[in-house]
Design a protein. Structure first.
Length: 406
């Protein structure tokens, strides 16, 4: 005696978004006519699971979920038991949820429609539309405004650090996400207006005309987010591993800027590794926007020609692709330092750019004296603190860094 054959299942990416109620209903009905019936709770991450059965005519209806249909919603995203039982008595079975909608199905031709009053449907869809508008503003904040606020407007500094591919991909996904949210709100608004005019929903809408394009868009959107996550994870791993970081003692090359020993003629530098692995290190990076980027953190003391000083120095050096970018990086660093050290920030007098022989110069206090210099396509940020009196004047040490800039 032969057993039951193995049940066949397929998974399909819908050819329309969840909010396109009419197209979703038509597509699910067409799948049933081909012998593929949506399984119970058959939507997972937007992909539909179908079970092979005898081809038949089935009606599907999407009903607006008043409190959302996600797994974290009330009742786990299912309708209220009373509403589900009432639907069953009318010949309809709750099958699954997608987006802000419950999906009901019926294979009984005599089963009455779940909802025939356009005015009542408009009220239900209005709630979904309100959620869509709230989602639009939430998307605008989290993908556009929040990053800018969090980064204090340091867009180009961020772009140089994360690289051009991840920057462009992030901007593209941001705009795409906003566009998707805006399209959803606009489509639901159009449906609500139609229903308020007394026009019923079109349960047999042609979904095939745009199926390939919409599936392609959905696949591309998900694929780009997956790529973004991979690039972000790689960047995070590189930040942790710091492959371009060296102990200053081990670096035998020349730096394209001055360091602490250059602040005193014939100075001899003595290391003070008070944070081993952090201080007295130099890091090298390269991105398309800044082919050469160097970070230096130096701590110790310098003796020479009857003078001495001690303290710490951090330097951020960028050889940018264009002079305007170097100037932009300098100004963004100043704005970032001001935002992060608002209680300590104060502008300092310093020699002019012309006196220093550079294109741009600024000095300010960000807990300790800080200077930004630009010469051509090179930008230098110097954060210098001294622990021994008398301290070297700003006008003197900033001139040393301006002279050594190359």
């Amino acid at each position: 005696m032969r057993g039951n054959p193995k049940i066949r299942r397929i998974h399909r990416l819908p050819p329309c978004p969840a909010y396109d109620v009419e197209a979703m209903e038509s597509w699910l009905s067409a799948m049933a006519e081909q012998g593929w019936v949506l399984e119970q709770d058959g939507f997972f991450f937007g992909v539909g699971a179908f079970q092979q059965q005898a081809p038949r005519r089935m009606r599907y209806r999407l009903e607006a979920a008043p409190r959302g249909a996600g797994m974290w919603s009330e009742n786990g995203g299912h309708p209220d038991p009373e509403a589900e039982e009432l639907s069953r008595q009318m010949g309809w079975k709750y099958v699954a949820s997608r987006g802000d909608f419950y999906i009901f199905a019926s294979d009984q031709p005599e089963a009455p429609e779940l909802n025939t009053d356009p005015a009542v449907q408009a009220i239900a869809l209005k709630k979904v539309r309100s959620n869509a508008r709230a989602s639009l503003f939430s998307t605008l904040f989290w993908v556009a405004l929040w990053p800018l606020l969090r980064l204090h407007g340091a867009f180009w500094l961020t772009a140089v650090h994360i690289g051009l591919p991840l920057t462009l991909l992030s901007l593209g996904l941001m705009l795409w996400s906003l566009g998707r949210s805006l399209t959803k709100a606009a489509h639901l608004g159009k449906l609500v207006r139609r229903l308020r005019q007394g026009l019923p929903l079109e349960h047999k809408k042609d979904w095939r005309a745009r199926a390939a394009r919409r599936r392609g868009e959905s696949f591309a959107y998900c694929a780009l987010w997956a790529l973004w996550l991979c690039l972000f994870a790689r960047l995070w791993a590189l930040d942790l591993e710091e492959p371009g970081k060296l102990a200053l003692r081990d670096y035998a090359g020349d730096l394209p800027f001055a360091s602490m020993e250059d602040l005193i003629p014939n100075g001899q530098f003595t290391y003070d590794d008070f944070m081993e692995g952090k201080t007295n290190t130099v890091s090298f990076r390269s991105t398309w926007l800044a082919p050469q980027a160097i970070s230096l953190w130096q701590t110790g003391s310098v003796q020479g020609e009857g003078q001495s000083l001690s303290g710490g120095l951090t330097v951020e050096y960028y050889r940018a692709r264009w002079p305007w970018l170097a100037r932009r990086l300098a100004k963004e660093y100043q704005r970032l330092d001001k935002a992060r050290n608002r209680d300590y920030y104060a502008d300092l007098d310093c020699p002019s750019a012309q006196e220093l022989g550079v294109d741009y110069a600024a000095a300010y206090t960000a807990v300790f004296p800080t200077a930004t210099l630009v010469k051509g396509n090179v930008m230098l940020r110097v954060y210098f603190y001294q622990t021994k009196d008398p301290a070297l004047p700003l006008s003197q040490w900033i001139a040393v860094f301006a002279d050594g800039l190359r």
